[in-house]
Design a protein around this ligand. Structure first.
Ligand code: MN
Length: 519
């Protein structure tokens, strides 16, 4: 693997371990299909993440394949795979990871009295033995082994130190001490890491890691306290997604160190100008938006509303801005292309925005661009990103919209006639509903012959202005109770919404394998 460019500043280098695709993906409403995970992993690699946790191979065949595919795709970062401290888990993790340029087996075992007694039903001695034995077992496959003492912050410090020394003696190259339940506080976490480094001095020869959850809203603060106490790796996720209230948000940790590097004397290898794109890509894939006032990546994070602030920022941005929008990769929308732009110019623009599309994806994206350029006078970078990002995480188009007619008003029941193409066959149904979209979605349900329910619906404008594209986002629940996100783009918001619904249906067909069984 390529040596990461170490910035020669004398500051400590903190490794970023991203677990968006594991801890993040396993949280409700965040599931991603294989193509989406690969797209996300490539973006994480592009932004300079040191270690990507690709998944938990033994948890499902789908997870296994995604760990395997990500491991063999990424070349410039370490790829970690999670395993319980058990032989069959480690075997599976290694089978998925072995093609990686730089693989890491990540094993975990709980060390807190509560977890050992009620969850594991093991004595402390058994936990100690198991931790060391399984680290040694993983080490036979892989030089790079991380051990996580689950619920470390609620563990007995003497016992934890013993386990840590045991796994390091068995070959662990990184030890992670997670605040699994988001219980600790910054001051306490600082003392905890200072204390454990003293009680288990071998830690200072390997990678020491923190993994903080956000149950009390302290995930980032606890991670920064751990960095101050000398940890050399932090585990975090894009947009702070993860179990329950989520994990520490990567963009917040990275920008805190970027803005206050003198204070922390530490820095990361993250290319901060890729932050906005990473956050947007995750939102597009999962359909879950961050709150508008979310630090760093919220829609309002760089918006100045008060007149007195606006005046100050115009005179000198530093009056009210501690970092520039450009530092996280937000640019003013640039007028780049119009309806006379050719495929070559479009392709170059797509490439400069950081996307790689296959030949057929490029053709589809260009067709969409032409349609848009016809309707919209000015096509901005954001419009292009919206088209391309959607194209690059596309699933097979089992159904495609042919046409629709909707009759709606405030004194009549809405009715929708929808025609969908499935291959060469056209299917048409009419349905009534509460409002035009409800009617349209019900007509689609009739065509696919399933009772799907709409869990969430959002509509955003991609850029400003009357001719802005509508970006519709739906969450649809299948009969198997799985939830699928769908997006649709159009200058017509009804069409955008119908396309979003069809996109979710196609994802469901892709994931639940309806395409084969019902034909
Ligand atoms: Mn976790």
């Amino acid at each position: 693997m390529k040596d990461k460019d170490k910035r020669q500043t004398g500051f400590a280098n903190v490794k970023i371990f991203d677990t968006t695709l594991r801890d993040g993906e396993q949280s409700p409403g965040m599931s991603m299909n294989l193509k989406e995970k690969i797209e996300m992993a490539k973006q994480l690699e592009r932004m300079g993440v040191d270690i990507i946790e690709a998944g938990f191979a033994i948890s499902s065949p789908g997870d296994f394949v995604s760990v395997q595919t990500i491991a063999s795709t990424l070349k410039n970062c370490t790829v970690a795979g999670l395993a319980r401290a058990a032989v069959k888990d480690i075997d599976k993790a290694w089978e998925a990871l072995k093609e990686a340029e730089d693989p890491r087996i990540h094993i975990f075992l709980a060390t807190s009295p509560l977890h050992m007694e009620y969850k594991l039903r093991m004595t402390p001695d058994q936990v100690y033995e198991q931790a060391a034995a399984m680290t040694a077992y993983a080490k036979k496959y892989c030089a790079n082994v991380e051990f996580s003492a689950e619920d470390a912050t609620r563990s007995d410090i003497g016992f934890l130190a013993k386990v840590i020394e045991g796994v390091i003696a068995a070959g662990a190259t990184a030890v992670n001490l997670p605040d699994t339940v988001g219980y600790t506080t910054p001051e306490e976490n600082y003392r905890f890491f200072m204390n454990i480094r003293e009680k288990a001095p071998s830690l200072n020869k390997i990678v020491i890691s923190a993994h903080c959850h956000n149950d009390l809203g302290l995930g980032v603060a606890n991670s920064l306290a751990a960095i101050r106490a000398g940890v050399t790796q932090v585990e975090c996720t894009i947009n702070g997604i993860g179990e329950r209230a989520g994990n520490a948000a990567m963009e917040e940790i990275v920008m805190a160190l970027y803005v206050r590097k003198e204070e922390y004397r530490a820095e990361t290898n993250i290319i901060t100008t890729e932050i906005a794109r990473s956050s947007n890509l995750l939102t597009r894939i999962t359909g879950v938006k961050v709150q508008p006032n979310k630090a760093i990546v919220g829609e309002n994070a760089f918006a100045h509303e008060a007149g007195i602030h606006q005046h100050g920022v115009m005179q000198n941005p530093l009056t009210y801005e501690i970092m520039t929008p450009a530092s996280i990769g937000l640019k003013e929308s640039n007028l780049v292309l119009g309806k006379h732009s050719g495929k070559h110019a479009f392709g170059q623009r797509v490439e400069s925005l950081g996307y790689t599309l296959s030949e057929s994806e490029m053709i589809t994206a260009f067709e969409k661009f032409k349609v848009l350029a016809d309707k919209k006078k000015q096509v901005y970078d954001k419009d292009i990103e919206a088209i391309v990002a959607k194209e690059s995480v596309q699933v097979p188009k089992t159904f495609a919209l042919k046409n629709f007619v909707i009759n709606s008003g405030n004194t009549i029941t809405s009715t929708a006639a929808i025609a969908l193409m499935r291959g060469n066959r056209q299917f048409e149904r009419v349905a009534g509903g509460d409002g035009p979209l409800d009617a349209a979605f019900k007509a689609i349900n009739k065509i696919v012959g399933m009772n799907l329910s709409l869990e969430d619906y959002k509509l955003n404008a991609v850029t400003e202005g009357e001719d802005a594209m509508g970006d519709a986002l739906v969450l649809v629940k299948s009969e198997k109770s799985n939830v699928y996100s769908g997006r649709g783009l159009s200058t017509d918001i009804t069409e955008a919404s119908i396309n979003a619904y069809i996109n979710a249906v196609n994802k469901m067909y892709y994931a639940e394998g309806r395409c084969k069984s019902d034909e």
